[in-house]
Design a protein. Structure first.
Length: 495
C-alpha cells in the first residue's frame, strides 16, 4: 500500500511537470439512448465559419491511433484503477507524464478519496440445492460477520413488492431481481432507473430488518458475469452487506423461490479504510487571446477493481488527452484555453469532481463550457447539453438557452462524416455536474453494448474499436476548438 507520505511526495513532484515542447447517487453514464427530440440547428453561421478547419481536424484525428495506443498502456500495463489503489496512483503518474510528453502543461491537484478494499468474497445456495453463485461485492459495501451469514432469501421485483413483503424481510437476504430490458433506440437502456436499486437497495431493505441484499446485475446480457457498482448507506439506518449476482443466478433463485424456501450463504471480507490522498490530473493548451477563459474537457481516471476500466472510463480519458494533442499537432491555438481534467474517484462518491469544483469556485465564471466523456469509446453520435435538474441543486444554475443549444446543433453539423450530429437537451455529466452555472455537455455514443460489460471483468481493451475511438477524438476536438475559438461565448446573446 502506498503511504500518504509517498503520495504527497509523488503529487508534489508531478505537479511540477511542464511542457517539453449519497454522497449523491452515482450518476448515470450517458449513452445515445435519449427520448427527447434532437435540437434543430440555428442558421449555420458557426458551421460556415469553421468548416475548413473542422475538416482538417476530422481528417487528422480519424487517421490517428494515438488514443488507442494510450489506452493500451493504461489498460494492459496499469489495469483497473479503484480509488485508493496503487494502480490509480500509477495511472495518475502516467497521465501527467504522457500529457507533458505531448507538449501540454500538466500538473496534479490533490483530493482525498475513499479507500474500499474487496478482499475475499463468495456466495452459495444452501437450500433447496447446494450450488455456488457467481457474485461480486458492491463497491463500498461492509463485510459480513466473520465466517459469513446464512439466511432465507426474499425475492422482490420492485419497490412496491419490497414494501408489501416487509414482514418477511426481517432476518432475510433481499434479492432485487429487477431486469434490464434489451437496449431500445427510443426508450434507451433503463440504466438510470435500475441503478437506484443497487445504490439505495441496502438502505431500504435494512429499514425492514434485512441482513443483506443481493442485486441482479444491471445488464441485459450477463453471460454469467457479475457487474459491480456503488452501494450507499444512511448513517441513520443499519448498514448491511450488498453484492451483485449474475442475471442467470438471480433468475435461478427467483425460480426456486416460486416453489419453496431458498437460503443463501454470503461471506464478504470487504473493508472501508480511512480516506487516502489522490489527485485530479490537469493538462492545458493555453489560449492565444483569452487564456483565462476555459473550455474544460473531462473524464474520470478511476475505475472499479475488475476488468481493465477500458470503456469506463479509460476511453473517455484518452479521448480528451488525444483531442488536446490533435490540436497541438495541427498548430491550432484557439482564443481560449482548453483544459483536460481527469477526475479521480468518480465511481464512488465523485470526490475528485467535488474537490475540483471547490478548488476552482472563484473561476467558474470563466468556464465557458464543460464537456464530459463517460459513455464508453463507442462511435460518437452527438452531444447532450444539460438542463436544470431540481434533484441536483448544483445544476439549477445550468440553464442553456435555446440559442446555445441551437448553436451547438449548428456546430454539430460539421460532424456529419462521423454520423455525430444529434444534439439534445438532457444531461451533462457526473463530474462536470458540480460546476454550478457552467454549460455542461456530454459526448453521446452508440453504446448499445455498453452495459453488457459495464463494471465487470469483461471491460477490457479488446472491446474497444480503434476507429470508433478515433472518431470520438475527432468529435471532441472539433467541439472544443470551435467553442474555445469563437469570438463570443457559446451562450452569448449575440452571434
Amino acid at each position: 500500500m502506498t503511504t500518504m507520505t509517498t503520495r504527497l511526495a509523488l503529487f508534489a513532484l508531478l505537479g511540477a511537470c511542464t511542457p517539453t515542447a449519497p454522497p449523491a447517487a452515482h450518476a448515470t453514464a450517458w449513452i445515445a439512448d435519449v427520448t427527447t427530440p434532437p435540437i434543430t440547428p440555428a442558421s449555420p453561421t458557426i458551421a460556415d465559419r469553421y468548416r475548413g478547419i473542422a475538416t482538417t481536424i476530422l481528417a487528422h484525428a480519424r487517421a490517428d491511433r494515438g488514443a488507442y495506443q494510450k489506452l493500451a498502456v493504461l489498460t494492459d500495463r496499469i489495469g483497473n484503477r479503484i480509488a485508493g489503489s496503487a494502480n490509480l496512483d500509477r495511472a495518475i503518474a502516467w497521465a501527467v507524464e504522457t500529457m507533458a510528453a505531448d507538449g501540454h502543461a500538466a500538473h496534479t491537484e490533490p483530493a482525498m478519496v475513499p479507500h474500499w478494499v474487496r478482499n475475499a468474497e463468495a456466495a452459495e445456495l444452501v437450500t433447496p440445492i447446494a450450488r455456488p453463485l457467481r457474485m461480486i461485492g458492491l463497491g463500498g459495501s461492509i463485510g459480513t460477520p466473520k465466517g459469513g451469514l446464512t439466511a432465507p432469501v426474499v425475492v422482490v421485483h420492485d419497490w412496491a413488492e419490497l414494501d408489501a413483503k416487509q414482514a418477511a424481510v426481517k432476518g432475510a437476504i433481499v434479492l432485487f431481481d429487477v431486469a434490464m430490458p434489451p437496449f431500445d433506440p427510443v426508450r434507451g437502456s433503463g440504466y438510470g432507473t435500475l441503478v437506484e436499486y443497487r445504490t439505495t437497495g441496502a438502505v431500504r431493505a435494512a429499514r425492514y430488518g434485512a441482513v443483506a441484499v443481493l442485486m441482479r446485475s444491471v445488464t441485459a446480457h450477463s453471460l454469467r458475469t457479475p457487474h459491480t457498482g456503488a452501494v450507499y448507506y444512511d448513517d441513520a439506518v443499519a448498514k448491511i452487506p450488498g453484492a451483485a449476482v449474475t442475471v442467470e443466478d438471480a433468475m435461478l433463485i427467483a425460480r426456486l423461490a416460486t416453489t419453496g424456501p431458498v437460503s443463501v450463504h454470503l461471506a464478504m471480507d470487504a473493508q472501508l479504510l480511512p480516506d487516502v490522498l489522490s489527485a485530479n490530473v490537469i493538462g492545458e493548451l493555453r489560449g492565444a487571446e483569452l487564456p483565462d477563459e476555459v473550455v474544460l474537457i473531462g473524464a474520470h481516471l478511476d475505475s472499479w477493481d475488475v476488468g481493465q476500466g477500458a470503456h469506463d472510463d479509460g476511453a473517455g480519458c484518452v479521448v480528451m488527452m488525444q483531442a488536446l494533442t490533435t490540436l497541438r499537432a495541427l498548430g491550432l491555438h484557439p482564443r481560449r484555453t482548453i483544459r483536460v481534467v481527469l477526475f479521480t474517484t468518480e465511481e464512488y462518491g465523485e470526490r475528485g469532481a467535488k474537490q475540483y469544483a471547490k478548488d476552482h469556485a472563484a473561476e467558474l465564471g470563466n468556464l465557458v463550457l464543460a464537456v464530459e466523456a463517460d459513455s464508453g469509446g463507442f462511435a460518437p453520435r452527438g452531444f447532450s447539453i444539460a438542463k436544470p435538474d431540481p434533484t441536483k441543486p448544483q445544476n439549477l444554475g445550468v440553464a442553456p438557452t435555446e440559442r446555445a443549444a441551437a448553436r451547438l446543433a449548428d456546430l454539430a453539423t460539421l460532424l456529419r462524416p462521423l454520423d455525430a450530429t444529434r444534439v439534445t437537451t438532457q444531461y451533462g455529466g457526473a463530474d462536470i455536474g458540480f460546476l454550478a452555472g457552467v454549460p455542461q455537455v456530454a459526448l453521446l455514443t452508440d453504446g448499445r453494448t455498453y452495459f453488457d460489460i459495464h463494471h465487470s471483468e469483461a471491460d477490457t481493451l479488446d472491446k474497444v474499436d480503434p476507429e470508433a475511438l478515433a472518431d470520438d477524438v475527432a468529435a471532441v476536438a472539433v467541439l472544443a476548438y470551435i467553442v474555445a475559438d469563437l469570438p463570443e461565448r457559446l451562450t452569448s446573446p449575440t452571434r
